[in-house]
Write a protein that binds this ligand. Structure first.
Ligand code: AMP
Ligand code: GLY
Length: 454
């Protein structure tokens, strides 16, 4: 029986803690800092970390905590501590931790590095160029819109957009799809000259716009220098990034997720393996990466052909909240296999069901949003539907108002995940279930998984 530490405070981490607690191998799960949901799970307790886990102080506090609490395994949820070298700090002390080391985490933390890796190893992706000089990036953009504008006059179609990606972690604000040269100039200037992204965006990737449907493939990875690398993919999932139903409005951290995806056909899955997964494995081996953790392939799929938009060096949020409830294997054993090099002899069992997990947000999100409102939860109602609540932005507050004791602290407050025998049943159950949650100003998209096709 093992004590486990999960680092992070979102819905993804709540889902990880919940799944780990079901394992017969697990004695206790600590969440650092966790949230109001992780605190309420069986076997679980929060460690209220004061320093940011991405800071040196935070790293030291976590290493110390792991040593003094007999932690047998640590799992890192978010990208920032990975990019800052939390895994390196744990391994230097001989502590078992699931996540890529700092160098390998560049697959997410640096778009320029990730694009160079994709090109070098033949991972199919959009055509792109990297820039560290604003003048050169601007002339590339002008050239793109200028040339295409001239040719398009004949066909009367506008030039395709230009995708602008900031190097470095930018908390979801680092990608802009510029529709015209004015928008491109404004973005390049704000990223490169005005440092709008606080450290990120000193270099940029400018890339071709791809049409298609997005698919998220999360996977377990076990790669070590000099060893055969293994990537074991999970069932495909889809996030819905736009704030409003019908894919309208501003981008968000994710308004809900579904899994699996009927539109990710066997042909597309095969193409993913050949064009994306296998070249990634080859690249990890050739680069002698130490990557023992999870990876997220953000795909654009068109006519069953996959292109890689991005790697994330972790599990996706909110995809994890839809995918883990479908996993029929022991998550703790999977983490052990990632670390001990036995991942190649493993397979993951999945329930023959569909999951739908819409996210409830606070009024005003993704702008300034209401905070502090008490959350009412009809737990009996959720149980009757077999739905699971994953908390993201809510903490236990004083007073225990309305039974749950939770109060809104973040823009994305929680997700409700329901399973069904098909996508339609999962959708109906998830939206029946979300009615059992109430707080002032609650809002959610009404179309997450309605057709399970985007
Ligand atoms: P990324 O962080 O690279 O995944 O980009 C964030 C979002 O921007 C993606 O989820 C897509 O919706 C969009 N995106 C990124 N790259 C492209 C591209 N080359 N073509 C079309 N959309 C893209
Ligand atoms: N769902 C997208 C992400 O986790 O970055």
């Amino acid at each position: 029986m093992m004590n486990i530490l999960v680092i992070g405070s979102g819905g993804r981490e709540h889902a990880i803690v919940w799944k780990l607690a079901q394992s017969g191998k697990v004695n206790k799960v600590w969440a650092a800092p966790g949230n109001g949901g992780t605190a309420g799970e069986k076997k679980a307790e929060n460690f209220p970390l004061e320093a940011d886990p991405a800071s040196q102080e935070g790293r030291e506090a976590l290493v110390e905590f792991a040593k003094t609490n007999a932690i047998g395994l640590t799992i890192v949820g978010p990208e920032a501590p990975l990019a800052a070298g939390l895994v390196d700090a744990f391994r230097a002390e001989g502590l078992a931790i699931v996540g890529p080391d700092k160098k390998a985490a560049r697959l997410e933390a640096s778009k320029v590095y990730a694009k160079a890796f994709m090109k070098k190893y033949g991972v199919r992706a959009a055509d792109s160029k990297s820039f560290n000089d604003a003048g050169k990036a601007l002339s590339h953009a002008k050239n793109h819109f200028g040339k295409k504008a001239k040719t398009s006059k004949k066909t009367d179609s506008p030039p395709p957009p230009l995708v602008i990606k900031a190097d470095g972690l930018a908390a979801g604000k680092g990608v802009v799809i510029a529709e015209d040269v004015t928008e491109a100039e404004k973005c390049i200037t704000s990223f490169m000259k005005k440092s709008a992204l606080d450290g990120a965006g000193k270099s940029l990737v400018l890339e071709e716009f791809l049409e298609g449907k997005e698919v998220s493939v999360l996977a377990a990875v076990s790669a070590r220098p000099g060893k055969k690398a293994v990537i074991l993919p999970f069932i495909p999932a889809r996030d819905h990034k736009r704030r409003f139903s019908g894919g309208k409005g501003p981008n968000t951290g994710g308004m809900g997720a579904v899994a699996p995806l009927p539109d990710f056909t066997p042909a597309a899955q095969k193409d993913f393996v050949v064009s994306i997964l296998q070249p990634t494995v080859k690249g990890m081996e050739a680069e002698k990466m130490d990557y023992r953790g999870f990876i997220f392939f953000g795909l654009m799929v068109h006519n069953d052909r996959c292109s890689l938009l991005e790697y994330n060096a972790r599990l996706g949020d909110p995809e994890t909240q839809a995918v883990l409830p479908l996993m029929d294997s022991d998550f703790c054993a999977l983490c052990e296999a990632i670390l001990d090099g036995s991942l190649d002899s493993r397979s993951i069992k999945w329930k023959n069901k569909y999951a739908c997990a819409p996210v409830a947000v606070a009024e005003g999100y993704p702008g300034n949003y209401r905070k502090g409102d008490p959350i009412a939860i009809n737990a009996g109602g959720l149980d009757r539907l077999g739905a699971k609540l994953f908390v993201a932005g809510a903490q236990k507050g004083p007073g225990g108002f309305l039974g749950s004791g939770l109060r809104v602290t973040g823009g994305r407050v929680l997700a409700v995940c329901a399973l069904g025998k098909d996508a339609g049943e999962a959708y109906t159950k998830a939206y029946d279930a979300i009615k059992f949650i109430a707080f002032e100003g609650i809002d959610f998209r009404s179309d997450i998984g309605r057709e399970n096709d985007g």
